[in-house]
Design a protein around this ligand. Sequence first.
Ligand code: NAP
Ligand code: ZN
Ligand code: ZN
Length: 347
Amino acid sequence: MSQAKAYAAMSPTTPLVPWTFDRREPGDKDVRIEIAFCGVCHSDLHTARGEWDGVKHPVVPGHEIAGRVSAVGKKVSRFKAGDLAGVGCMVDSCRKCENCRRSLEQHCSGPACFTYNSVEKDGTTPTYGGYSSHIVVNEDFAFKLASAQPLERVAPLLCAGITTWSPLKRFGAGKDKRVGVLGLGGLGHMGVKLAAALGAETVVLSGTAAKKSDAKRLGAHDFVLTSDAAAMTKNAGRLDLIIDTVSAPHDVGAALGLLKTSGTLALVGASPQALALPAFPLILARRQIAGSLIGGVAETQEMLDFCAKRKVYCDVEVIAPREINTAYERLAKGDVRYRFSIDLSKL
Ligand code: NAP
Ligand code: ZN
Ligand code: ZN
């Protein structure tokens, strides 16, 4: 065992505090990664504060991990000490079920071992995430990172990047497609950058007028303020696809109205409270709603390689670990442009 330093939520109602816990020594197929940066996802906040069902404290959040390999097991073939590596939302899966065989490890019937608030393959050891000094993970769930990249800006790709990339690819975002991104936060800003990089005409759908100038800078072609009734009417029926990243209850019916006939709203935002769904915007134009959960291992590496080649990185505000509670307060208010990235060298 090795002792990891971390920041943990010990209960849903108390601030995160410094904490230590044991990580296993690398097994034959494991790599140990010293964590350089970890992004702060709104899922971390939902979990730490017990907003979703099934949270077991203490929680060490963090599933947007970038760092450097410091040790490898004797059967590891893809990494050596000194290599850069990333870890996302999963640390293992059964490898045998139908979903694993289809490269949909996130839907493993096992279920998948998620990076925090989950259990390891042994079914009992709790998983602790990336707000920590190091992590030990099976090499199949570690990602190759190209060198000469700003790691603090690469780390958040491991969740915000893949969560928007997966539905963009699945629903054909590209040239001659008009894609809306609802909610311009951590996921949303990556949705905009990736949709634009894939060649789609990209429209930001935001409740915050002050984000209009950012939208253009991030690569969006247009900006619609969702509270502006005239703008919503003007844009009705124009979009092929919407990536809905909103973290709280919101007007899904109004968003559906922006889709063309047969258009798709891909929901990735994980509001703890149920969303109201009016029937008519859906049935009158046979629109559809789809869910999407992060992405599989292969498509995550594909996204990382695409971003390295095209230099698509997250816009981050780097913070020290001790600033995490202030960061959560700001994230809850939507006051972040557009991802906090924790510098773990300051742990
Ligand atoms: P974030 O940075 O806080 O962004 C969420 C954005 O949603 C905000 O910037 C804001 O955008 C909008 N918003 C927030 N509250 C709203 C409200 N009450 N009404 C309308 N709009 C509101 O969060 P994130 O890290 O991008 O995560 C977004 C959601 O996705 C979270 O629920 C998270 O748990 C979930 N998530 C899901 C997956 C998955 O695999 N499906 C993966 C990661 C995260 P505007 O100011 O532009 O309106
Ligand atoms: Zn996340
Ligand atoms: Zn499986």
